[in-house]
Structures are given as C-alpha cells and as structure tokens.
Design a protein around this ligand. Structure first.
Ligand code: GDP
Ligand code: MG
Length: 287
C-alpha cells in the first residue's frame, strides 16, 4: 500500500556511484604525513635506508608510483623511473634502485625497486623465484632478469651475503583497480606464492590499486571521491579476499600521469599510502 499521492509511479533516482561519506578518512592537509616522511630515519643503525619493492604486472603503474612519490616529495612533476605508455612492448627487466633527492647530494632514506612479477606468460614476466631472491637481497643492482630462468647461486649477479640494506623491508603489490575483476587463477596463484614467501620471511606487505581515475568516472571528475566510490570499495574488498591482504593494507592511488603540476588532492592518498609503507617497513627493520 502506498500513501496518498501513490509514490509507486515516482521514478527512482539512479543509484549514486558514491557514498555520502568516505569509508576511509584521509587527512585534510598533507603536512603531518609529509613531515613524517621528511624526518623519517631508520631507527636500526644497521640500516641506511628502508627498501620498498613494488611488484605487479607490466603497465600496472609501478614506475608511475615511484615518479608520483618523487613528485610529491620534491613538489614538482618528475619522471625518473621511466613509465611505459605503450605497455607490453619495451618494459625493463633490470633490477634498479630508485633514490629520491632531498637536498643537493642527499637522499631520502627510503628507496624503491620495481619488478614485473606476474605475467601469465612466463616468457615476459619475472619468475616468482626471482621476486623472492630480490626480497631476500640476493639480486645485484642492474641485474637483468631472465624470464625463462631464475637467477642461480652461480650467477655473478647473485649476492651470496646480502646486508640488511640489500634486503626488501616492505613488499607492495601493484594492480590497476579495474583489473581486479579480471585477475585469473594463474595470476592470483603467482601473487599468493610471492605473498606466502614474503610472509614466511616476516616481510610486511601492502597493496595499491592504481588508475582509480580510469576505473571510476566520479574519481576522474574529482580525486577526492577516491574513498567514496562504491565500485572502488568493491575492488578493494574483492582483492582482499583474493590475496588474503587485510583491507587496511590496501590503498587506492591516482598516480601523476598527465598533470604538469602537483596538487594537494592527488598528493593526499599517495602520502597516506607511503606513510603506511614506511611505518610497516620500519617495524620490520626493528623486529
Ligand atoms: N590514468 C592513469 N594512468 C596511469 C596511472 N598510473 C599509471 N598510469 C599510466 O599507465 C601506463 C603504465 O604505467 P607504468 O608506470 O609504466 O607501469 P609499470 O609497467 O607498472 O611500471 C603509463 O602510461 C602511465 O602514465 C593512474 O593512476 N591513472
Ligand atoms: Mg615500469
């Protein structure tokens, strides 16, 4: 029974793709998170830096994330880690450490590596064994991964006695938000193998879901909708179930890609994720 006026003929408004309130609060201003990174120093005296390893498929936005962090910290758009706009054709398989300049000749004590970790086709992706060797610090700088055969102890690029600095202190899985529904069993299994190996070594892990602007039109319009989007929240939940990564360790990211200036709105989710990576990595360094 409807009341007087018969509400049944009234058209329903289309469901909003966004919630009224965000499901995760980001800080109003970026200063605290920025200062956290600015003044961060590993407490463990055996470590001169904290090493973050990004792994994920080609084109996921790993290089873009490194560039985005550098852009945030230097307050100018930078492109140190070359991105690959024509993904799939000319990706790099070299193991390279990216440092971010703080002042002239001084660097942030947070460094990045990226590794293309789980292509379906083993002839293009780095093997799970290589990712694990990288995590354990056995891979020398500039080693070119061979997609068909992992690094062995006999190889000159194998570091037999890695230092704490060589090891990875936090592992970050990078996947485009709109590719979460497309992750097939083979890819999930590879990701899980890396995850289990890292867990066995006690390495903390987080995930970032990138390209949120491409995945959700409301976020493309306004990046402040990032944690209001229902679709993106679903992707986070689904990814959490697939990989077994808790929701509070999964972050949504819009990388700098076409912008020519930095903006506080784009910086906010990047700094929030970065702070968490450093916090977890620092815990590991002190464990
Ligand atoms: N729209 C959008 N494009 C992105 C984002 N992150 C990366 N890209 C683009 O995706 C492409 C592949 O990114 P890249 O960082 O090279 O991926 P990688 O292979 O994981 O290092 C590049 O053209 C980037 O500009 C994002 O958050 N939003
Ligand atoms: Mg790259």
């Amino acid at each position: 029974m409807t009341g007087v006026g018969g509400g049944s003929s009234k058209p329903h408004p289309p469901p909003s793709p966004c919630e009224e309130l965000p499901w995760r609060d980001l800080p109003e201003d970026n200063e605290d998170n920025f200062n956290f990174i600015k003044y961060y120093q590993p407490r463990n005296k055996d470590a001169s830096h904290l090493r973050i390893l990004l792994h994920g498929p080609v084109g996921a936005g790993k290089s873009s994330f490194i560039n985005s962090v550098e852009s945030v910290l230097r307050d100018q758009i930078t492109n140190q880690a070359l991105t690959d706009a024509t993904s799939g054709s000319s990706f790099t398989l070299k193991y390279k450490t990216y440092k971010i300049e703080k002042d002239v000749d001084t660097y942030y004590p947070v460094v990045f590596n990226d590794i293309m970790g789980f292509e379906e086709n083993t002839s293009t992706g780095v093997q799970v064994e290589d990712v694990i060797l990288a995590i354990r610090g056995h891979v020398k700088e500039n080693h070119k991964f061979n997609p068909v055969s992992p690094l062995t102890e006999e190889d000159p690029d194998y570091k037999p006695n890695p230092s704490l600095d060589d090891k990875v202190h936090i592992l970050v899985c990078v996947v485009p938000a709109d590719s979460v529904p497309l992750l097939n069993t083979a890819k999930v299994q590879k990701l899980r193998r890396v995850r289990v190996a890292a867990s066995e070594l006690g390495i903390p892990q987080v995930a970032i879901l990138t390209k949120v602007d491409e995945a959700c039109p409301e976020v493309k319009k306004d990046v402040n909708n990032i944690y209001k989007s229902k679709y993106l929240k679903q992707q986070v939940e689904q990814f959490s179930v697939l990989l077994g990564i808790p929701i509070n360790c999964i972050f949504l990211i819009k990388n700098y890609e076409s912008e020519i200036n930095t903006s506080g709105d784009i910086n906010r989710p990047i700094l929030t994720a970065l702070k968490q990576m450093v916090t977890y990595g620092e815990d590991y360094l002190n464990s």
